[in-house]
Every structure is written in structure tokens, then in C-alpha cells.
Design a protein around this ligand. Sequence first.
Ligand SMILES: NCc1[nH]cc(CCC(=O)O)c1CC(=O)O
Length: 349
Amino acid sequence: MSTRDTIPIGTRKSVLAIAQTVQVQSALEKLNPTKTFPLLKMSTTGDNIQGQPLSSIGTTAVFTRELETALENKECHLLVHSLKDVPTQIKPGFVIGAMMKREEPNDVIVMRPGEFKELKDFGVGDVIGTSSVRRASQIRRLCPGVSVKDVRGNLNTRLAKLDAPDSPYTCLLLAAAGLQRLNFDDRITTKLLPNMMLHAVGQGSIGIECRSDDTEILELIKPLDHLPTRLRCEAERSVMRILEGGCSVPIGVWTEFVPKSNADGSENVDTLHLKALVSSLDGAEIAEAEATAEVNGSVELAVELGRTVATQLLERGADKILEKVLKDRHESLAPTGTGEEKTTKGWDV
Ligand SMILES: NCc1[nH]cc(CCC(=O)O)c1CC(=O)O
């Protein structure tokens, strides 16, 4: 294929998606000053159903399907995604050619400007805004007595709902990375550490997808692939791939490289630690597992570490917990009464 000078990048239209895509666009322009990278902005099913809780309409790929069609038709040659929104089973013919250096993967508590409350003081009467079953189940375990209420829409919409005078929410749970990318760092009230909450698979990294036979684009985006991020996220995605069997399931993870005592300054990619959990919606039942492996910079070994942890989780009852979570999710198709009901069955990551 002849080399291309104009390379459209496909993206969703949300402010976060655009901010992420502009970041990739700038990096590519810098590396390839003779080429241009116009944005092709598209709506996805996930954007179009924002008014309702994401329920069991098969939300895997809701944020990526329309984009992949454009990529397939060569209307664009790469796609920029929040990695956590990318299904672990990529459609045949497509590949994540780069995983960009991860921002803080943590989830955070966001309260109204000027308000503050210690985590230990959260309890009965507090209403936590989130549509993520992963966040909901973990916050219930962390702060017994709180109730959880669905909150949908893009980041700005969610913050506006929290700040509204008639807001029902005490706080929101959000990803630090999304807030930081939109310069809302000052809205972060409390960062949740891994002993409090495990984040979503791939959270905080940007994934760049392209056609797997498009060697020109693969070469072009290769410099944007960050090996430590790639290894961590491949391990995390491997856990999810084994547990989900095709549908999204609520899994929390944490990965870190074990620092070397004689570090020479370069980032260590030798010894990777992975922790993961699967929790029931009410946070009462939980399966946890962790392992450390010498991955020595190898994606295959990182994927293997993910498999080890997934196997442990299954041995510890993750399959039973997931079966029940998925069953509840199916039942949530029927309209339910209270906001609390909807919340637990909403489907976000
Ligand atoms: N589900 C929406 C979504 N997809 C990616 C991010 C944040 C950025 C990231 O995780 O990289 C968010 C918002 C949130 O979860 O608060």
C-alpha cells in the first residue's frame, strides 16, 4: 500500500474522547511533520443511550462498534479509545497497536466544591453516585450503610448533576484519569488507594486500534506504545478475558512493577504484581487473588500472569459470584422501581 499523507483518526464525540484523541493527534503530528491527522468524530450506541442506565443490551463494544465499522471501511485508519472501554476480545482483523503511558489508574471520590468528608464517616444517609457495579459493590463494602444511585452522562453532565442545588448525591465515584485529562484535577476530593478500591481493567490508559494488516499505521503508532503500561494492561485484560466469557463483568484490578533495589533509572519491567477481585453487587461476597511473576518485558508472560490470577479467582468462587451478577443483570431488563435498584444493575466499568 502506498504511504498516506492524510490519516483520519476515528473518535467518539464526547469531550473526554476528543481530549484523548487530540493528545494522540499531537503526538503523531510531532513524530510525522509531513502528515496530517484529521479527526473523524462519530456517535456510538453507548453515547445514544445515555439517558438510561446501561443495562443488559450487550454493552460490550457499545462504545467501539460504530468506530470499528468506519475503520473497516477505511474512512479512518486508527481509532482512539479509553482502553477500559475496549472489549478484551477484539474483532478479528483489528488490533490494539499501542497502549499509551498510563495516567493514575485510581478511582476517586468527588464531592461538591468546598465540601469534605472522611471516608470513615460515610454511612447511612450518604448517596454515592456511580453506574459502575464494580465501584458500587466495593464502596458498599468500604462504607457499610451507604446507598448507591445511578448517574449517567459524560463527565461534565455528571459533575453538573452532583453540583445541582437539588442534587441527591453526597459524592460521585469517577476515574482520576478522566478528570485529569479534562483539567478537573481540582475536583478530586479523595483518591482511593488499592486497599480501598481496585480500578477497572485498563483504566487510565489510551488504546490505539488499527487494522491488523495495516503495517504502515502499526509502524506509525509503535512509538506511542509504552511497554510498562502494555504489560500491566495485558495482564489485567487477560484476567477479564478468562472470567467474562464474552460479556463485561465487574472486576477490580491493581498492577505494579516490583521496584528493583539497584534501578539504573530506566523503568523496571521485570517483576509484575497483579491483584484482582470479583464482588457481588452488595459487596457481601468477594473473591480475591494476587500473584507476582517474572515477566521480563514479555507480553506473553504478562498474559500468563493474568491467567494464573483468573484461575485462582475461579477456584475461590468468582464463577458463582459472576453467575449471580449476570443473572441480576438480565433481570434488570425489566423496569425496576427505585433509583437504588437501577443503580446496582446499571452497567458501566
Ligand atoms: N466509562 C466512561 C469512562 N471511560 C473512561 C473513563 C475515564 C478515563 C480512563 O479510565 O482512562 C471514563 C469515565 C470514568 O469512569 O470516570
